[in-house]
Design a protein around this ligand. Structure first.
Ligand SMILES: *Cc1c(COP(=O)(O)O)cnc(C)c1O
Length: 372
């Protein structure tokens, strides 16, 4: 049987050596000192991935847990928080902030372009009394990457702390963790490991702010302070997922073993150029993500047909989420899926499906891709 090729923007295809690592025997993670050393080793690899010297931790739970935990631990009742949103995840931070009684200012910008740093700078000149700002590195639902470095440097000038979601960025996009207070990543996107882990870097200042809150953090599971000094105490707030962490360890070796950002950039350029020349319409106007591309579903076909026809060709793409349901389809070229052969296969299948549905392209996608 021919297996379906995963070209979705996550959960991505899991690397074979990661699958093997998952099955290794794990000693009791509470009692085995070996496990604490393993966890520490993996966090040093996360520091490399996030390009930071800040403390890094791994929590058992989806990346959404990381987003919630960062807001829950830093935001207090009445804190002003600037939620920089040019996509579904960026906008979504408003809900987390309000859930934890912060006062969110939604800096809402169009979803089809990256945040304009000059415009943000002008906004901040007039209003900059924020304790924290939240933003997303790569908006997976729409394929936009923001200039996180420039944005965070700007926010730093006003002493605004930063929470950055790089769940679908880290490993595929450049990141400078040292200038960010909390950076959140996940296992199931670029790293091509199973879902179930979120990892993050936490600055000293972030720990300090958590320790000096007026009200204690209103969560146990999502309380990041629980992770301070885990190594010295040889203690975690709950049982760690030893097997998943073994998998993450190998996944990190995979991604750190080559210049992954350069490769993701190279493949992204080819994918974007191919689509542009073909006549299919990209959703993004600028800020093309290195890890995922969102394309408008052509008028002459509906998403269900496109999706089913591609599945018949053993290609599984991603669809649109929320307001983009039925309107966009997405190709995830991240981690294991950041691969020329897979992209070519995807474009060959797309060519076939376009012909099948009498949609004429300016150029065949696969021919174009081969030329680049
Ligand atoms: C995938 C993703 C998340 C996490 O979503 P999960 O449902 O926990 O996998 C968060 N932010 C972004 C930008 C993502 O792409």
């Amino acid at each position: 049987m021919v297996r379906v090729n995963n070209v979705t923007p996550g959960p991505t295809k899991i690397s074979e050596n990661v699958r093997i690592a998952l099955s290794l025997e794990v000693e009791n993670t509470d009692l085995s000192l070996k496990f604490y050393e393993k966890y520490k080793l993996v966090t040093t690899k996360i520091q490399k991935l996030l390009n930071t010297k800040n403390d890094c931790i791994i929590m058992c739970g989806e990346a959404i847990l990381g987003l919630e935990a960062s807001v829950c631990s830093l935001v207090e009742k009445g804190d002003r928080v600037l939620c920089i949103g040019n996509g579904i995840y960026g906008d979504g931070f408003v809900d987390f902030v309000e859930m934890y009684e912060g006062i969110a200012t939604h800096y809402a910008k169009p979803h089809n372009r990256k945040i304009d740093v000059t415009e943000l700078s002008e906004f901040l000149e007039k209003d900059n009394d924020y304790k924290i700002a939240t933003l997303v590195h790569c908006e997976t639902p729409t394929g936009i990457t923001n200039d996180v470095k420039e944005i965070c440097e700007l926010l730093k000038k006003y002493n605004i702390m930063t929470i950055v979601d790089t769940v679908s960025g880290a490993g595929g996009e450049k990141i400078n963790g040292d200038i960010i207070d909390i950076v959140i990543g996940g296992s199931q996107k670029v790293l091509s490991a199973p879902a179930g882990l979120t990892f993050m870097s936490i600055s000293d200042k972030a720990y300090e702010v958590m320790e000096n809150r007026k009200m204690p953090i209103r969560s146990y599971y999502a309380n990041l302070l629980m992770y301070k000094d885990w190594y010295e105490k040889k203690w975690f707030p709950y049982t760690m997922c030893g097997n998943l962490i073994n998998g993450l360890d190998v996944a990190l070796d995979n991604i750190l073993g080559y210049d992954s950002v350069a490769k993701h950039e190279m493949i992204r350029k080819k994918v974007i150029k191919t689509l542009e020349k073909s006549g299919l319409e990209l959703f993004a106007q600028n800020g093309y993500s290195n890890t995922v591309t969102a394309i408008k579903v052509p008028d002459k076909i509906d998403f269900e047909t496109l999706n089913q026809d591609l599945l018949d060709q053993k290609i599984m793409i991603g669809g649109g989420i929320g307001e983009y349901d039925g309107k966009l389809f997405r190709i995830g070229h991240m981690g294991e899926q950041c691969d020329d052969k897979l992209m070519l296969k995807t474009f060959e299948a797309l060519d076939y499906v376009m012909e099948l549905n009498s949609i004429r392209l300016v150029h065949r996608l696969s021919d174009m891709y081969k030329l680049l």
